[in-house]
Design a protein around this ligand. Structure first.
Ligand SMILES: [Zn+2]
Length: 429
């Protein structure tokens, strides 16, 4: 709490001085380079970093500029910036991100590399003109660090991680890395790229915007409106060993990626999807070529980011009556010894009374074994594919969540936020 007060004082002082400078009509160009405005914007970013925010929203309103931080998936109110400072704050951020200050109407994208006390951070910056002026959103793709997290540090379930490492270790084929928006698929894909990139292989990417340069990787950016399949075609002519495509969302790109995978490249591709099997179905719908999909697809992952129970204020309680039987069934099916207890949270100063601290992935991976390839080939990708995947031991995101509940890392309430109706049913023998 003491740090917060220090922050509020420093921030308040910088804000008062910046306001005074605007009122005096100081040289705007000079004030963007040094002085209270620079300090104010630095303090704002540092506060977001200290609060472990994944993104910062700077939202002009009629009378004030609202700042909000997204912390553990939820938007929280941050400081208010007085309206007279709006233009200067936005201009400073645009300058830091290397944007064109004179351009206001067109949305712009950029990056800020920010150093603080020897720590380096990356922020992705987007501007967009609203009714009350230019809004800015800053995202931190690798929270708390300057580079992708190692695959082993993502906290994936052990069997899921082993299956994923197996999939990206194949010499050829397509590996889909999916999640709903903002649920960590980029971090997982980038961790895979970092693992694959060594001095003796060539790895090329096609992405709207390179999140972070990885050593030995040739990044190619499509930008906001460019043609992904055209760029992928150009990259394929250079014949890299590994290819990463950030999103398969049009038939042309999907077919190109599949053909590259079939002809001897390992392709990792992102996709927005609700589950690993729904990603497979979407791929089939996009490519409209069951033979190609069955031959090229190696695996598909999906994940959600749940809020981890705060270890400082966690209490242990008996599982509610209506869930106990299900949890017991799950524990015995997985050989976990469980004494009927789950975590609950109260909230404490350490978690700012939210009851959660940080996020953890709920992960699943579908591996296209020969029987599954057969079903894909015959376009039997509905309940039959679901049953087969379960019979072959695929653990769903919901089941990964149940494991976390038994380990008391996750509350039942948080799990129900993602899967309100799901219940564990053991796979048919
Ligand atoms: Zn707490």
């Amino acid at each position: 709490m003491k740090d917060m007060q220090t922050f509020d004082e420093t921030f308040g002082q910088a804000m008062a001085e910046a306001e005074e400078s605007v009122r005096r009509g100081d040289d705007q160009e000079a004030s963007l380079l040094h002085g209270p405005l620079v300090e104010l914007v630095d303090q704002l970013i540092l506060r977001a970093v200290d609060e472990r925010a994944t993104d910062i929203h700077i939202e002009p309103e009629e009378a004030v500029v609202r700042v909000r931080f997204r912390i553990d998936s939820i938007l929280q109110p941050g400081p208010m910036i007085p309206k007279p400072l709006q233009a200067a704050v936005v201009a400073r951020l645009k300058m830091m991100a290397g944007m064109n200050l004179a351009e206001v109407r067109q949305p712009q994208s950029g990056r800020i590399r920010f150093d603080s006390k020897g720590r380096q951070f990356l922020l992705r910056v987007d501007t967009c003109l609203g009714v009350h002026g230019e809004g800015v959103v800053l995202c931190r793709p690798f929270v708390g660090r300057a580079a992708p997290v190692a695959l082993e540090e993502l906290d994936l379930p052990a069997e899921g991680l082993a299956a994923f490492v197996r999939a990206i270790g194949k010499p050829r084929g397509l590996v889909l890395v999916t999640s709903p928006g903002g649920q960590g698929k980029s971090a997982t894909a980038y961790a895979a790229l970092a693992k694959l990139s060594t001095a003796d292989v060539s790895l090329a990417t096609v992405e709207e915007r390179a999140e972070w340069p990885v050593n030995f990787v040739q990044h190619h950016e499509t930008g906001r409106h460019a043609d992904r399949s055209g760029l992928l075609r150009a990259v394929l002519r250079q014949d890299p060993d590994f290819i990463f495509v950030d999103a398969l969302d049009d038939p042309e790109t999907a077919k190109l990626a599949l053909r590259a995978a079939e002809t001897g490249h390992l392709v990792i591709a992102g996709m927005t999807a609700q589950s690993a099997l729904s990603a497979v179905r979407r791929l089939l719908a996009l490519a409209d070529d069951p033979l190609l999909v069955s031959e090229a697809l190696v695996a598909a992952t999906c994940q959600r980011l749940a809020r981890r129970t705060c270890a400082k204020c966690r209490t242990i309680a008996l599982a509610p009556e209506d869930r106990r039987e299900e949890l017991e069934r799950f524990a015995s099916a997985h050989g976990i010894s469980w004494v009927g207890q789950v975590a609950e949270t109260q909230g404490c100063p350490a978690c700012r009374f939210r009851g959660t601290h940080g996020r953890l992935p709920l992960f699943e991976i579908f591996e296209a074994a020969p029987e599954a390839q057969e079903l894909i080939l015959r376009n039997r990708i509905g309940p039959e594919l679901d049953r087969l995947a379960r019979a072959q031991g695929m653990r769903t995101m919901y089941e990964d969540g149940l494991r976390r509940v038994l380990a008391r890392e996750l509350t039942l309430k948080e799990l129900a936020r993602f899967f309100p109706l799901e219940r564990f049913i053991p796979p048919a023998a």
